[in-house]
Design a protein around this ligand. Structure first.
Ligand SMILES: [Zn+2]
Length: 305
């Protein structure tokens, strides 16, 4: 009765990595228990996720072919577009969010179009809008632009409204830090930049006030849910955002945060279940309304038992 924070499977969004081929279920070496899965297997997985009481998934695509302009990102028959249709077919009540970015689809691994050796903001906005629209047309319930280009939320909002999808919300990766905690994810999504890094468009981990500025801008542009990423080293940011704004706050408990726990558990150095629950509780206590986490299934099983 006096416990202030309680977790529920309802709090979780589970990230899925969908890939091409058939019968593919490839474990991500640095993320034990997480897989790249082909469409035929991801549908069964979606049913399992729903049966655990987890309401939502976020999809990341691994396309068969990458090119300079990331054309797989906005192809109506692209990997994510087909995955949305397959999941909606298998588990209609599962709320499907899609990651909207170019880096999984570009041969250079950057989040946008490259001009003169650098990511070019404005031409990228057009492609992101096309990508978001194609996801929504395939049945996505919410789109989540993760690239951090300036003006992307507004560009996507305008496109969706024009095309008759004004009811589809946008979850923006509003405060996204240039973090070493993303390392394992880049194995998972095969999206490591081939040159340079993403520091020109992600935030300096040393900055706190800047996060509020970024979040305010995204809300102004039309973001319905704002995300802080990563979560664990940024609990103060989650708390600040919660206190300062009245929109739902999401926190991304990222790959590195997951891998650290898994690795230490494999070595027998920590109590995995207790640590997992402590971390997730702290993220919720800081103010997150929803948590994107690779622990979603493990934690839901524990909460359901
Ligand atoms: Zn990206």
């Amino acid at each position: 009765m006096v416990r202030e924070t309680s977790l529920s499977p309802d709090d979780f969004i589970y990230p899925l990595f969908v890939t091409y081929g058939k019968g593919v279920k490839k474990e991500i070496p640095s993320m034990p228990g997480c897989f790249q899965e082909s469409l035929d297997l991801v549908t069964e997985h979606a049913k399992e996720i729903r049966s655990l009481g987890i309401p939502s998934v976020i999809l990341f695509g691994i396309p068969e072919h990458k090119d300079e302009i990331g054309s797989g990102a906005y192809d109506d028959q692209g990997i994510v577009q087909n995955a949305i249709r397959a999941i909606k077919d298998a588990a209609p009540e599962l709320y499907v969010i899609t990651d909207v970015c170019m880096c999984e689809y570009t041969s250079h691994g950057h989040c946008g179009l490259i001009e003169e050796g650098d990511v070019s903001n404005d031409p990228t906005l057009e492609l992101l809008s096309k990508e978001a629209l194609s996801h929504v047309k395939a049945g996505a319930d919410m789109v989540a632009p993760s690239d951090m280009m300036d003006g992307r939320v507004e560009a996507i909002r305008l496109t969706l409204d024009e095309e008759g999808f004004s009811g589809i919300p946008i979850m923006s990766y509003a405060a996204k830090y240039a973090s070493a905690f993303y390392g394992p994810f880049r194995d998972a999504a095969e999206s490591t930049p081939q040159f340079g890094d993403r520091r020109s468009y992600q935030m300096d981990p040393a900055n706190r006030r800047e996060a509020l500025k970024e979040v305010a801008l995204d809300i102004e542009e039309g973001a319905d849910v704002v995300m802080v990423k990563p979560a664990l080293s940024y609990l103060d940011i989650i708390s600040d955002v919660r206190d300062s704004f009245d929109v739902p706050v999401a926190a991304y408990n990222v790959s590195g945060e997951y891998s650290l726990v898994k690795a230490a558990a494999q070595l027998g150095w920590i109590d995995e279940q207790r640590l997992m629950m402590e971390i997730l509780t702290s993220i919720k206590r800081a103010g997150a309304d929803m948590i994107l986490t690779y622990f979603a299934k493990d934690a839901a099983r524990l909460l359901n038992s």
